[in-house]
Write a protein that binds this ligand. Structure first.
Ligand SMILES: Cc1cc2nc3c(=O)[nH]c(=O)nc-3n(C[C@H](O)[C@H](O)[C@H](O)COP(=O)(O)O)c2cc1C
Length: 216
């Protein structure tokens, strides 16, 4: 079978999906996101806190990668990474970014557009110290996004960091940074098997949030 036929034979949005009534939604997007996230967790969605983070580099090339959502509050969506990584450098030059979540079991997608700001260094430090040891070792060892000429270099560095961390358990990776994404628009997309998909977009306005429906 050709790849094309194989792909065209795969079902999409064909399973049972939860209802979504856009008339019955809160004034602001964060509470709705929190309730969709809780729904995804309850439904057993794998890694429901994984999101695609899209940035733009100084030449205007878009870039995207998956990161973990670390927190959500009135200030927005929080993630953590290394400030000297490719994405960290891109955000330093242009803090505009997009986040996208896809909860396929529920036919749901959320798209956030906004700006990312580094959190207070103390917040980043606490976040680092709360991470599992393996993640701390990987970040302490890593020059994330730099070219690695040889994987034995990585193994050597990991072993060296393990020894340093055993001697000083409170070591913190310098570049580890929590970023807070303040949203400008947040779109909630609910699939419908009859293709009457629902799109509800929150748009930041002078007086709060405006809500509007979009053609699917
Ligand atoms: C499920 C998943 C979760 C990830 N979580 C993170 C994360 O929280 N922070 C991070 O820096 N990289 C995370 N990564 C790795 C990134 O996708 C990416 O490879 C790395 O951050 C380097 O990106 P950059 O070169 O664009 O800066 C994750 C990857 C996957 C697949």
């Amino acid at each position: 079978m050709s790849t094309r036929d194989l792909l065209r034979g795969l079902p999409v949005l064909a399973h049972e999906m939860p209802p979504f009534d856009p008339a019955d939604t809160p004034d602001a997007p964060v509470p709705l996101f929190a309730s969709w996230l809780a729904g995804a967790i309850d439904a057993g969605v794998d890694e429901p806190h994984a999101m695609t983070v899209s940035t733009v580099d100084v030449d205007g090339w878009p870039d995207a990668r998956v990161l973990i959502l670390k927190d959500l509050d009135a200030a927005g969506w929080h993630f953590a990474t290394t400030s000297t990584s490719a994405k960290g450098r891109q955000l330093a030059a242009n803090p505009r970014l997009a986040l996208s979540f896809h909860w396929r079991e529920q036919g749901r997608q959320v798209r956030v557009r906004g700006t990312a700001r580094p959190a207070d260094p103390d917040v980043s430090r606490r976040d680092f110290l709360a991470r599992p040891e393996g993640s701390r070792i990987a970040t302490l060892a890593g020059r994330q996004s730099a070219v690695l000429p040889d994987r034995t270099e990585l193994d050597r560095e990991l072993a060296a960091v393990r020894a340093r961390l055993a001697a000083d358990p409170d070591l913190v990776a310098e570049g580890h940074t929590v970023y807070t994404v303040a949203p400008e628009t947040v779109e909630f997309w609910q699939a419908d098997r009859e293709r009457r998909h629902v799109r509800l977009r929150y748009r930041r306005a002078a007086t709060g949030w405006e809500r509007e429906l979009l053609w699917p």
